[in-house]
Design a protein around this ligand. Structure first.
Ligand SMILES: [Zn+2]
Length: 362
């Protein structure tokens, strides 16, 4: 009797056998919390709620294929080069994010992010119900050569950098603009970057006295268990986690978002299609949320629900992803998995809400 073994006979066969996972994954990093409050170890139901929010968003965005960012290979985050003749221009990128437990800015000098991954750092800090947003980036540039070739070399660097740092799809999170000079020649550049890292921060000073609350106080303020109905008067940890992760993906906090907002009008096709072709009065005057009170339909239950990206959320209420929240993600350039048919979609405006959800403004 023959023994069978699977062998990699050729490179192409290896690739076919060992195809990497193609599903986008939002990974929550709790290391800052572990080094500070250790809240998520002490309250595993809160951690489970954050993980559930990440899992639901990951499932929704599974068809989005983001390329890897790495400090090795060619190009890489530390060396993206454009050349013209004997002139070269090189970009060296850093990332920054907010430590979610201290509020301090953290520099990642040689960022490395696997394909199809966005990392969100979670922690307890501050007096706002929730804060979230994407990280920032910085770039240093070096040029050597001749003035006559500087503009062409800079343009080549810009094209290579934008192709690499925007990760192939999704929104442009931010753009760094400037110019290089050799002699009398000035070469301008606009270098952009895509989704990569972000933060989700949860209120741990609910009486606003500058001191983190006791666990007993937080237990009374937050509803942790995402599998049970939200207790009256409490704030749903899952809903806030989901809302802040949406900001980390660029909702209300990216160049692409800003390019689609005109006053209180949304210009993106997917959202407009849900609203009879009109984007009027869908954006909060602050510019970074859906209009307060905007109603849509839960993608899970099909029931009418306040849109997740409202600037406010009710206590005693769970706010899940709605059809219009998904359409905002599509307008930002994310590919989404088919979602259950929500039946008849209704948009409208509900009553005033009360607790502010913020995000770190960039
Ligand atoms: Zn918000």
């Amino acid at each position: 009797m023959r023994n069978f073994a699977i062998l990699c006979l050729t490179a192409s066969l290896c690739l076919a056998v060992a195809r990497p996972c193609q599903a986008l994954s939002i990974v929550v990093d709790y290391s800052a919390d572990a080094a500070a409050d250790n809240f998520f170890s002490l309250r595993p139901l809160a951690k489970a709620a954050v993980d559930a929010a990440a899992a639901n968003l990951s499932a929704l965005l599974a068809p989005t294929n983001l390329t890897a960012i790495s400090p090795s290979g060619t190009p890489n985050v530390n060396a993206i080069t454009g050349t013209s003749g004997s002139t070269s221009v090189t970009a060296n990128w850093d990332y920054f994010y907010t430590n979610p437990s201290t509020g301090a800015s953290v520099t990642v000098a040689s960022p490395s992010i696997a394909s199809n991954r966005v990392t969100v750092f979670a922690g307890m800090h501050g007096t706002t119900l929730g804060e979230g947003g994407p990280g920032d980036a910085g770039v240093s540039l070096s040029a050597s050569g001749f003035a006559s070739q500087l503009i062409a070399a800079t343009n080549a660097m810009q094209a290579a950098s934008n192709a690499y740092m925007n990760r192939g799809t999704g929104p442009v999170l931010g753009t760094l603009s400037g110019s290089l000079t050799i002699g009398a020649t000035i070469a301008s550049f606009d270098l952009s970057y895509g989704p990569m890292i972000g933060t989700a921060v949860f209120n741990n000073d609910t009486n606003n006295n500058g001191v983190p609350d006791s666990l007993a106080t937080l237990d009374n303020f937050w509803h942790y268990d995402h599998t049970t109905a939200v207790a009256a008067g409490k704030n749903d940890f899952y809903s806030v986690a989901l809302h802040e992760m949406m900001h980390a993906l660029g909702i209300g906090a990216s160049d692409t978002w800003s390019s689609l907002v005109s006053g209180t009008t949304w210009l993106g096709a997917n959202v407009k299609a849900l609203n009879g072709g009109s984007g009027a009065n869908l954006i909060d005057p602050g510019g970074d949320h859906a209009m307060a009170g905007l109603m849509s339909t839960s993608i899970y239950s099909g029931l009418s629900q306040q849109a997740l990206m409202n600037p406010t959320i009710f206590t005693g209420t769970r706010t899940d992803l709605t059809a219009i929240d998904v359409a905002f993600l599509q307008d930002l350039g994310y590919a989404v998995a088919p979602v259950p048919e929500p039946g008849s979609l209704t948009l409208g405006f509900g009553a005033a809400a009360f607790l502010l959800l913020g995000h770190r403004r960039r």
